[in-house]
Write a protein that binds this ligand. Structure first.
Ligand code: PLP
Length: 336
């Protein structure tokens, strides 16, 4: 692999830290837990979409676009970061927001929704679950073209092969840090949503023959469907990056036991995880992605499925700005 061959904008000065989580490790009685601080990536508020946007926005600029167009849920971190990248680059940004939960769009909501306004989104189109999202974005692009402008469409979550390169790069960053610190990880645990993060990490690890299993924790879809999505994208990004070994379907593991009633809907395990990470490690998770991924991590450690002697790296994919839209759900609830 030679990722330097791809055009890239830089939004984070160096590597994000890998930190031990001694208090959480102690509270759970092992495994030995570490955290990759991708919540501290660059652009407004940090989070995993920043790595994907480094490649996607470079492509948009190469194509002469003046406006970024993307889609996400009503509290989308991806939309916030795409808008932040547009601001950084002097571009405009238009968003399509999908109400995955009926009537969930509230123009006066806090969290990422407030940041859409503050960062100066040019236009928001709200659609319902099941709408043709690609069609809605193409309509926005057509509207811009009619004014002599040029839009660049970024898929949901930035999860095409080009965007997933960001997490191939992250896998290489993790391996370099692991070598430098002498801490060899037995497993990586990460939230699995639009699949680019999970797929990119797997492709990067396979491309380096690292032989580290990755446990994806679903935030929306059932296991088989998500494993299919991640595998398909892992093959595409592996092809783009020039990964030689084939990625077998069995390499992809997506656990769906912590989705709860559905995407973005709170669960008691998520609330416990958010409160444990905050009160034990001073780390802010988010209710939609990392809170559920951490709930999975905690449950797998408690059950012994992740063994006590394992060294586990939890990838913190960000999202903490969404916390403030969920204060009534999270505040004052007892950490069980
Ligand atoms: C988008 C997102 C994820 C999921 O990443 P995908 O690449 O979409 O699978 C996880 N955590 C946070 C905070 C996110 O915003």
């Amino acid at each position: 692999m030679n990722l330097a061959q791809f055009a890239r904008r830089r939004y984070t000065p160096g590597a994000t830290a890998i930190e031990p989580m001694p208090h959480l490790t102690k509270a759970l009685g092992g495994a030995e837990l570490f955290i990759k601080r991708d919540d501290q990536l660059g652009l407004t508020g940090g989070g995993n979409k920043t790595r994907k946007l480094e490649f996607l926005v470079a492509d948009a600029l190469a194509q002469g676009a003046d406006t970024l167009i993307t889609v996400g849920a009503v509290q989308s971190n991806h939309c916030r970061l795409t808008l932040a990248a547009a601001v950084r680059e002097g571009l405009k940004c238009r968003l399509v927001l999908e109400q995955r939960v009926p009537d969930s769009y509230d123009p006066s909501a806090s969290g990422n929704n407030f940041l859409f306004d503050l960062l100066g989104v040019e236009a928001v189109t709200v659609v319902n679950l099941g709408a043709d999202l690609q069609g809605a974005m193409e309509q926005v692009a057509a509207d811009l073209a009619a004014e002599g402008r040029k839009g660049y469409i970024i898929p949901g979550g930035g999860s095409n092969a080009l965007g997933a390169l960001g997490y191939v790069a992250c896998a290489e960053e993790i391996l370099a840090q692991s070598f430098a610190s002498g801490v060899a990880f037995d497993r990586i645990v990460v939230a699995s949503g639009s699949a680019g993060t999970h797929a990119g990490i797997v492709a990067g690890l396979v491309g380096n023959s690292a032989n580290i299993p990755v446990t994806g924790i679903n935030v929306r879809r059932p296991r088989a469907e998500q494993e299919g999505n991640v595998h398909k994208l892992a093959l595409a990004v592996a092809d783009l990056a020039g990964v030689v070994p084939a990625i077998a379907p069995e390499t992809i593991e997506c656990r769906d036991e912590w989705v709860g009633p559905g995407y973005s809907l709170p669960t008691p395990e998520m609330i416990e995880a958010v409160r444990m990470f905050a009160s034990l490690e001073g780390v802010l998770l988010d209710p939609v992605y990392t809170g559920k991924a951490a709930a999975g991590l905690i449950a797998l450690v408690r059950s012994g499925e992740i063994a006590r002697e394992e060294r586990v790296l939890f990838v913190h994919t960000g999202g903490s700005p969404a916390l403030y839209a969920y204060q009534p759900v999270l505040a004052g609830a007892a950490a069980a």
